[in-house]
Design a protein around this ligand. Structure first.
Ligand code: UN1
Length: 495
């Protein structure tokens, strides 16, 4: 079992308090994955100070050189992909193929951002005047506080750390206390790749204490957060009061529309993958299925049948399709939502219970759960559950379906299954979400494009991928005007 430390100013260190907490395997509660130092304010102070000091030389390190370190990190991530994927499964519970996919996203992001180091371009544009030139430059923001969740324990840190560093910022990373070991391995890889001391610092500890203090710290210039709406909103409040830039990536209540002309088998696969992949613990999970009345019964039958074949268990076992949920409090919350759904009058046609026998005896397992006859305003169709619970809603036509999809507080991802090019065009235009999928599920965003949502799903710029997401979030524009008319005048006088 590893002892997991903070990484501050180029050294692996204990926390000031000397206290620790444990990271456990959600599939086997008795297995401790790591004993982790529990930080407090003093540790954050030191990490921020180290990041401030390192900023002076890192911002002046040529972007291609910064990119070379990121490239190396991507290569080490590739080398260690298998062991990192397995670690993700042990610490977070997602099935191994998904753990490997998560590491792959980090690899992709590493190579992509490494390349951006050689393309760090702004614009030069013509001036109104003859003896004046003007250009825009991307410059770093300063010290970034990066607060990351447990559901993508390596990918999401990579989405924040790589772009922050390529833009010349330094950072303090505060990962979720449910997946500190994965985050630590990620930092170890950047250290092995040759990152200078102080450029990236890591502090472990509870979000309420360490995360909030980091967000309010006078030495921090900007915050990037991914996690729940409640926490994100609190952090937005803290940052708003002190005029600090914050980007938040929060929840979702994403929906798939299934039209009467859809390829139903494809739609069922999309609903299975979107609803129960990662045990429903994605901000992009497809938790609502809005199905045209003409295919409603048929779809439900196929979907129920397919979902009933999903095997729960430890994600390291090959036969497992669905792993555990992350921890006891999520486990209890999800089961409470099942009760809410029943009380609201939705019809439970699959699951709805914890599974605590056989492969599931030692972990936090909940059966894939399907409610049908759900009406759009029910709590189970409005609130983010973050577990394997899917609500099926019947609809009359495309216009109504789109209205249903749009009418939640969230706006992250949506999808439509249809063979009709016109329906897909209307959906693309009218769905009020940051991401829209046509004939694909609501999950699986790639890093070459910006990622993020609107309303309660996100605040500030789009995050992560693409130039418009990553570079625009982690750099700011500086505009330079140069007036050389003085020289022209002088030349005239000399003549
Ligand atoms: C998240 O759940 O916070 O698009 C991110 C997807 C993944 C990212 C999800 N690539 O589902």
């Amino acid at each position: 079992m590893d002892r997991i430390k903070n990484y501050i100013d180029g050294k692996w260190v204990e926390s000031k308090s000397g206290e620790t907490f444990r990271s456990i395997n959600p599939a086997r509660r008795n297995e401790v994955v790591g004993v982790v130092v529990r930080s407090g304010r003093e540790d954050v102070d030191q990490a921020v100070k180290a990041a401030q000091q390192a900023y002076e030389s890192w911002r002046l390190t040529p972007a291609p050189r910064r990119g070379e370190i990121l490239f190396k990190a991507a290569e080490i991530l590739s080398r260690d992909k298998e062991s990192l994927g397995r670690l993700e499964t042990r610490e977070m519970g997602k099935v191994l193929s998904e753990g490997l996919g998560d590491v792959q996203e980090a690899i992709d992001m590493g190579y992509y951002m490494a390349g951006e180091g050689r393309r760090f371009s702004g614009e030069t544009v013509p001036s109104e005047l003859p003896a004046k030139d003007m250009k825009s430059l991307r410059v770093p923001v300063g010290v970034f506080g990066l607060i990351t969740p447990w559901n993508f324990p390596i990918a999401i840190p990579s989405w924040k750390v790589f772009p922050a560093l390529i833009c010349g910022n330094t950072a303090v990373l505060k990962p979720s206390s449910d997946t500190p070991v994965c985050a630590t391995k990620f930092v170890e890889i950047l250290v092995e790749a040759g990152l200078p001391k102080g450029v990236l610092n890591l502090v472990h500890g509870p979000g309420g204490e360490v995360g909030e203090y980091l967000a309010s710290h006078p030495g921090v210039d900007a915050i990037s957060f991914t996690g729940s709406f409640d926490t994100g909103k609190r952090l937005e409040g803290i940052c708003g009061a002190i005029h600090r830039m914050i980007v938040t990536e929060m929840g979702g209540k994403n929906a798939i529309i299934v039209m009467d002309d859809a390829n139903l088998d494809l739609a069922v696969e999309g609903a299975i993958w979107g609803g129960f992949g990662t045990t429903g613990q994605r901000c992009t999970a497809a938790t609502r299925l809005v199905v045209h009345r003409k295919v409603y019964q048929k779809f439900i039958e196929k979907f129920r049948k397919r979902a009933s074949r999903l095997k729960l268990g430890d994600g390291l076992q090959k036969e497992t399709h669905v792993g555990p949920v992350i921890n006891e409090s999520q486990f209890n919350k999800i089961l409470r939502y099942v009760e809410v759904g029943k009380k609201e009058g939705a019809k439970l046609i699959l699951g709805g219970k914890a599974c605590q026998k056989g492969n599931c005896a030692e972990g936090y397992f909940i059966e894939p759960t399907i409610f049908v006859n759900v009406s759009p305003e029910m709590r189970i169709a409005q609130e983010e559950i973050f577990g394997p619970v899917v609500s099926v809603i019947q609809t009359e036509d495309l216009e109504e379906a789109i209205r249903i999809v749009n009418r939640t507080p969230y706006g992250l991802s949506s999808a439509i299954y249809t063979q009709d090019v016109n329906s897909s065009a209307v959906a693309e235009r009218d769905l009020e979400t940051g991401i829209v999928y046509i004939n694909a599920s609501t999950i699986g965003a790639e890093i070459q494009l910006p990622f993020g949502g609107i309303k309660h799903s996100g605040y500030g710029r789009k995050e992560a991928g693409g130039r418009g997401g990553a570079l625009d979030t982690y750099s700011r524009w500086k505009v330079i005007y140069r007036d050389f008319s003085g020289r022209l005048q002088k030349a005239q006088i000399d003549k």
